[in-house]
Design a binder for this molecule. Structure first.
Ligand code: NAD
Ligand code: FES
Length: 272
């Protein structure tokens, strides 16, 4: 069992949790994730590790589906049934002169450990962060500690550029040159950020989060086609260069379990 040591509300839909998990934390590198189960009958939830120290890992989750809503009902001193990890391929932190991180909504959480690691490795890093409203922007104080510039986009215009991250990118690229972009957020946002960057000859890395079950490359659920070859996001990723990813296949597979998810949320009384 894994004890919850801290819980913090980042906005009305998103929480941060610090969990006691020394065997996981001591081997964690940026880009790794865990699969957790709230209870013994629980669904497996893959979540990026935001931070780790000797004994703990920090996770961020959006209370969007049946299991994350259940997770959000737990409190400090409650225990999680399972925390399996660290899983996935850690990000290779090479040196680039200037990097732009592009975060869409809760994608700010998986982006954080990578962008921080690049900054610690000597790269200059900027952040473009987008969310529905200014109240949905998360982790800004943490990013401020190492980003040179932070640019905002909100769908309703309550902070920064009114529009999507891609609208902010178009403005910022007029005066800035970057050597690498890392875009993490909703799939459509990552695809559109990649397509825009391509026009500027800017390489884009993305982090894919297809449905995962075992997290060890055995079940095949998280498969991704890149340049016609099959990869598994859980063991070959979750980070990939965007060029060559079959985004349309991922969109199609993302909708497979929509009906089941809706039924589960009805059971929890969370759906209209
Ligand atoms: P959201 O729908 O509120 O979007 C967040 C931001 O992404 C928007 O404010 C906008 O700036 C940008 N965006 C959205 N649609 C776009 C488009 N069509 N073109 C360009 N930019 C666009 O997101 P949310 O509710 O915070 O996040 C939920 C989604 O994020 C889920 O789909 C979840 O699967 C995904 N997610 C992905 C990862 C990952 O590792 N890739 C991690 C966590 C969550
Ligand atoms: Fe089963 Fe990746 S989650 S192969």
């Amino acid at each position: 069992m894994y004890k919850i040591l801290k819980k913090e509300k980042l906005n009305k839909d998103v929480d941060l949790m610090v969990i006691e998990a020394p065997l996981v934390s001591k081997n964690t590198k940026p880009g790794n994730f865990v699969i957790i189960r709230v209870d013994k009958d629980g669904e497996r939830i893959p979540l990026t590790i935001l931070e780790n120290d000797k004994n703990t890992i920090t996770i961020v989750y959006q209370k969007l589906g049946y299991s994350t809503i259940k997770l959000g009902k737990l409190n400090v001193n409650d225990q999680l049934e399972d925390v399996v990890g660290p899983l996935g391929k850690a990000k290779e932190i090479k040196y680039y002169k200037r990097i732009v991180g592009i975060a869409g909504g809760v994608g700010a959480a998986p982006l954080y450990p990578q962008l921080k690691a690049y900054s610690e490795n000597g790269s200059k890093v900027d952040l473009i962060i987008g969310a529905r409203t200014k109240d949905h922007l998360i982790l800004i104080d943490k990013y401020k500690k190492f980003c040179d510039n932070i640019y905002y986009a909100t769908d309703d215009g309550s902070k920064g550029v009114k529009g999507f991250v891609t609208d902010a990118m178009k403005k910022i690229y007029k005066t800035n040159n970057y050597d690498l972009a890392i875009a993490i957020g909703p799939l459509i946002m990552m695809k559109n950020a990649y397509l825009l960057n391509k026009k500027y000859n800017l390489k884009t890395d993305v982090s894919l989060n297809p449905i995962m079950i075992d997290g060890t490359g055995m079940c095949g659920n998280c498969r991704v086609t890149i340049n016609g070859k099959t990869y598994f996001a859980c063991v070959d990723g979750p980070d990939f260069e965007a060029e060559g990813i079959d985004f349309d296949e991922l969109f199609e597979r993302q909708n497979y379990y929509k009906d089941e998810e809706h039924k589960c949320k009805m059971q929890l009384g969370e759906s209209k």
